[in-house]
Design a protein around this ligand. Structure first.
Ligand code: FAD
Ligand code: NAP
Length: 447
């Protein structure tokens, strides 16, 4: 929340932006504290924000040529929300402190970072209907803008590059900026935004003679967005809230904003008290039926196994609770190697032993010369797959990359419906569309 208090203006920071005016203020009374997580944008939110800590973590991968994937167990003491496996949480990440400091140093405002600011519209602006950006509080502490509110990793838009020109001294840098904004410079622009000038800091360091006012940067900034993670646990297991995530390692040595922040908390025990703001997204239809006799076919690659580990955990507890019959449960899982990135291998073996999982089909893409993907494994076991769908009413769940895995799985399913279901290709496609409509072919993916 923001409050209107009497402010004394101390100075105006390089007051040359198009329409935003950032002034330092010396408040007479302490400012009402803004909780960044209350103020921030929370798309698809279905709950309050809860501050949680990491209770436990486990590295799930090892060796070369695989991503670092972790299982995180989050504390649930502060959570008052009924979640289910298959639901998704949004984590409100923060930008890396060192990167923020470097930006502030580069902008010559490091010494002001703890100062209070007020954001307003320049009185003499020529911009029509200028408004304050919704993602930045009107008042606050300067460094918080860069830590919580703006995305400092988004590739710069051409308009931003153009806006930097008046604040650049070096003629060569000016002509490069002009070229980058022009239609002639589209190749150079593409190289720039995929190269080291991808981030705000990288961009500023690429143009050392450019010294823009903060207002310009804020005018062209985008909000720091939440990152989403599938729940990999069941609330029936001591209300456990777990996620499975991989670390994004960028070519420039930086890590993903959120995955890097989470790994930092894990690595340094003094940080493990850090509060992580999360919220629950509106659930979609990626949930298991309450009837435990319904057969399930789960298909995933890599971290796409995240919701399915939650499903199995839930189904195990449902079975114990209901003391009832369990429908067949199949998992098709694809990863690179059997001994490096086979996520939750031991847990899956245990679920097989206890018949929570009826069959596990694996596809290891890099352990043989020829790639072997989940869809190859589906084709190999097509008859059983089709029988379960056509005759036993199984529900098919797919979690993986939208462009690669999900497309491949759909094609394989159509192929198997033709071969083993004896349908014409067009009828097989229609049948798949029907399954989608009836919530019997459900996908959860991002790319
Ligand atoms: C519905 C949904 C569910 C999801 N579920 C899961 C899940 O269960 N597990 C999971 O691990 N993830 C999941 N994700 C993805 C997750 O939300 C994040 O997108 C992911 O963790 C990366 O976030 P990040 O902040 O670490 O990386 P970001 O900082 O957002 O970086 C992501 C990408 O941006 C580019 N990039 C950023 N900075 C640079 C740079 N300096 N140089 C070059 N390129 C750069 C790269 O392409 C990089 O791969 C899900 C996403 C959605 C939409
Ligand atoms: N709720 C959600 O929406 C959710 C949750 C978690 C994960 N996911 C999705 O899961 C995907 C997997 O993530 P990851 O980075 O952990 O995976 P990854 O390790 O990069 O890949 C996992 C496996 O998939 C294989 N693969 C590549 N292309 C394929 C294709 N066309 N068809 C089938 N398999 C293919 C890979 O083989 P090679 O690399 O050897 O070619 C590898 O063996 C993410 O991209 C994300 O989209 C979604």
């Amino acid at each position: 929340m923001q409050c209107a208090l009497p402010f004394v203006r101390l100075n105006t920071i390089k007051n040359m932006s198009n329409y935003l005016n950032l002034t330092f203020v010396n408040n007479l009374k302490p400012l009402e504290k803004i909780n960044h997580y209350e103020f921030r944008n929370k798309p698809f939110s279905n709950s309050d924000v809860f501050l949680v800590t990491i209770e436990n973590f486990k590295l799930l991968t090892q060796g070369q040529d695989v991503k670092r994937v972790y299982n995180l167990k989050l504390s649930t003491m502060t959570i008052s929300y009924n979640f289910l496996p298959g639901d998704t949480i949004g984590i409100l990440p923060r930008n890396d402190d060192r990167e923020v400091d470097e930006i502030l140093i580069r902008l010559n405002i490091e010494s002001d970072k703890e100062k209070l600011y007020e954001l307003g519209i320049l009185e003499n602006t020529t911009k029509k209907s200028a408004t304050l950006p919704k993602h930045i509080p009107r008042q606050g502490v300067l460094k918080d803008i860069f830590t919580y509110y703006i995305d400092i990793r988004k590739p710069p838009k051409k308009l931003f590059l153009k806006a930097l020109i008046p604040f650049t001294r070096d003629p060569e840098e000016i002509s490069l900026l002009e070229k980058l904004c022009s239609p002639k410079g589209s190749n150079e622009y593409a190289d720039l935004i995929t190269g080291k000038a991808h981030t705000l800091l990288g961009l500023l360091n690429t143009f050392p003679s450019c010294n823009p006012p903060i207002g310009i940067i804020l005018e062209h900034s985008l909000p720091l967005q939440p990152r989403y993670y599938s729940i990999s646990s069941s609330p029936l297991e001591n209300n456990a809230l777990q996620i499975t995530f991989f670390i994004v390692d960028n070519d420039d040595g930086t890590k993903g904003v959120c995955s890097g922040w989470l790994e930092e908390i894990i690595r340094y025990s003094d940080k493990q008290i850090e509060k992580i703001p999360i919220y629950f997204r509106k659930p979609n239809n990626f949930r298991i039926p309450t009837d435990t006799t319904t057969p399930l076919i789960m298909i995933s690659t890599g971290t796409g196994i995240a919701p399915f580990i939650g499903f199995l955990n839930h189904r195990q507890k449902m079975k114990i609770n209901d003391n009832g019959v369990m429908g067949n449960t199949y998992l098709f899982y694809g990863c690179r190697y059997p001994d490096r990135d086979f996520l939750y291998h031991n847990e899956l073996e245990e679920y097989l032993k206890t018949h929570v999982l009826t069959k596990l089909y694996t596809a290891f893409s890099r352990s043989t010369e020829k790639k072997w993907y989940v869809q190859d494994e589906m084709n190999k076991n097509g008859e059983e797959l089709v029988n379960n769908i056509l005759r036993n009413g199984a529900i098919v769940y797919v979690c993986g990359d939208a462009k690669t895995t999900v497309k491949g799985v759909k094609d394989a399913l159509i192929n198997n419906l033709v071969v083993h279901g004896h349908l014409e290709e067009s009828a097989a496609k229609d049948y798949l569309n029907e399954l989608v409509k009836e919530n019997r072919f459900i996908t959860d993916c991002w790319s």
